[in-house]
Design a protein around this ligand. Structure first.
Ligand SMILES: [Fe+2]
Length: 226
């Protein structure tokens, strides 16, 4: 059948053993890229620069958090960091073999909030890939939780002795450490859950960015130039 991928195991020995197992394949997986900026001075400088912006610009004040303007990629003090984030995003695009003329950061911003502050589930519209970089994560900080984009897969949900996140997610996250970076498709819903506030803890600071490409897409019946 043209256009349909069917994985067929090697059954050649099945006459001997009746059945030979070809293993499980993961289909419709969601690519998520993990890396870490190990040069701590880059992270520390970014924290200082975010806190300076808090003193010098209004940003966006929310009920329990403060967000910078979304143009950090244009500011000279964030250039080194923006270059690293773009480079890492290019790696993700390359690994996915995305054909494009160029790629760029559309928006880049930082969010400062006390440990325990929730962030409602959302996606990042008008971008192809998005990223988060953990700049300051005091002990007890919440992870970013990514939601399974196939909620119907949980319609019947038995108990498992060892539920694999590769098959059965509902939500996935990992405890963040300073410098950790996650790059993910912008359509993947994500959120931050409330956790107990920690007295006298520093605030949690996370930097986010969106990536878009410039391309003349030739895919049949879906041609477009952006
Ligand atoms: Fe987000």
């Amino acid at each position: 059948m043209a256009g349909v991928h069917i994985v067929i195991g090697d059954w050649s020995k099945s006459m001997e053993n009746k059945v030979e197992h070809a293993g499980m394949v993961g289909i419709f997986t969601t690519p998520v890229f993990l890396s870490t900026i190990v040069d701590e001075t880059i992270i520390d400088n970014a924290v200082d620069n975010v806190l300076k912006l808090k003193e010098t610009t209004p940003g966006v004040e929310r009920v329990n958090n403060w967000v910078t303007d979304d143009n950090l990629q244009t500011l000279p003090e964030f250039k080194e960091l923006a270059d690293i984030l773009l480079q890492e995003s290019k790696r993700a695009l390359d690994e996915m073999t995305v054909i494009r003329d160029s790629d760029y950061i559309t928006c880049m911003w930082a969010n400062e909030a006390p440990v325990g502050t929730a962030h409602a589930e959302h996606i990042h519209s008008n971008s192809l890939w998005s990223g988060v970089l953990y700049l300051r994560v005091p002990e007890g900080s919440s992870p970013t939780l990514f939601s399974d984009p196939r909620p119907i897969a949980n319609m019947i949900r038995p108990d498992y002795e060892n539920a694999s996140p590769y098959f059965l997610g509902a939500r996935w996250g990992q405890i963040p450490k300073k410098g950790n970076m996650i790059i993910f498709p912008s359509w993947l819903p994500h959120s931050v859950e409330t956790v107990p506030a920690i007295e006298d803890a520093e605030t949690r600071i996370v930097l986010s960015w969106n990536i878009m490409i410039r391309s003349k897409v030739q895919f049949d019946t879906a041609k477009i130039e952006y």
